[in-house]
Design a protein around this ligand. Structure first.
Ligand code: FUB
Length: 305
């Protein structure tokens, strides 16, 4: 299935014309984008929002993978993972991320395991960006039952630094946690720590690196949220707050991923802009990201249509 095939070039001032239309996925409602660039192709991992229009909560059972080589024409590769693939889960496929390490693909997911207020983090593994993926542990990587853990462990993001060390970050509404990952990518290799000092941290942490700077972005302020960020020379901080990079969107939740493709940086995020959209029926968008001379991100110019 090809999504957004009708996207037309538009005038783009001094920059190259934008070739895609937002939302980029228009045949189903999608949320919580994570992006992996592999062999000159962009892979988008997103939850499918299937809440009825009148629903008062999320209903997300699985994640689709989409891919593109021009950000305009997207192939929907269908459902590639579901909470049902984890025998210990009882529902809810919230915001996930898939990363590559040494030719294997690790997909970190927050899923409930004791009803809707209790989220743990699982990890699936596959040999290609499209899988097939299987539960890599058979148990949660981070559990709401762990000593001292919050019961709400959502929005995992994994960053593999240039020295090969991987870190897992995740949110719990107002609280950001992180821990080093072992080389196997499916177990923690150090203690869980809390990151403080990020104004308004709510959820949706995301790490990326450009040059020597690490960028920690996150949804700030609850619902509605902006995407704010901090920078640091190290993935473990200390973090310097830098303000808002992506302003409010039509959905109260705001969830981002940054990626570089063919020398240009982009942000993927979601809105409620697709027809039939609601707070719980969202739609993934992509826009350019520009940096100033000091390496700080300029506020994103959101585009629609
Ligand atoms: O999609 C469910 C939740 O909404 C995600 O886990 C949050 O980041 C927010 O987007």
């Amino acid at each position: 299935l090809v999504a957004n095939a009708a996207a037309l070039p538009r005038s783009g001032g001094q920059r190259a014309a934008q070739q895609w239309s937002n939302p980029i996925i228009q045949h189903i409602h999608t949320a919580d984008p994570a992006v992996l660039v592999h062999q000159d192709r962009v892979y988008l991992y997103a939850g499918r929002d299937v809440a009825p229009p009148e629903a008062g909560d999320f209903l997300i059972n699985d994640w689709h993978v989409f891919s593109s080589d021009d950000l305009s024409t997207w192939i929907d590769h269908g459902v590639r993972l579901s909470w049902r693939d984890f025998s210990w889960s009882d529902g809810a496929a919230y915001a996930s991320q898939c990363v590559e390490r040494d030719g294997r693909f690790y997909w970190y997911v927050p899923i409930s395991d004791r009803g809707p207020a209790w989220f743990s983090i699982g990890v699936a593994v596959g040999d290609s960006p499209l899988g097939p993926f299987r539960d890599a542990r058979g148990t949660p990587l981070v559990s709401g039952s762990d000593p001292g853990a919050p019961t709400l462990n959502i929005d995992p993001t994994v960053f593999v630094d240039e020295d090969g060390q991987a870190h897992l970050y995740w949110g719990s509404w107002w609280e950001l946690r992180y821990a080093p990952l072992a080389d196997d990518m499916i177990s923690l290799s150090g203690p869980v720590q809390t990151i403080t000092g990020l104004p308004g941290f709510w959820e949706a942490p995301f790490l990326h690196r450009r040059g020597d700077l690490h960028y920690l972005s996150y949804a700030a302020g609850g619902n509605p949220a902006t995407i704010d960020y901090a920078t640091s020379p190290s993935p473990t901080g200390p973090w310097t707050f830098r303000g808002t990079v992506n302003g409010r969107v039509s959905s109260p939740t705001n969830h981002q991923a940054f990626f570089e493709f063919r020398g240009q940086w982009y942000i993927a995020y979601h809105t409620s802009d697709l027809p039939g959209g609601t707070q719980f029926r969202r739609s993934v968008c992509v826009d350019r990201v520009e940096y100033d001379a000091a390496g700080l991100m300029r506020p994103v110019q959101q585009t629609r249509g």
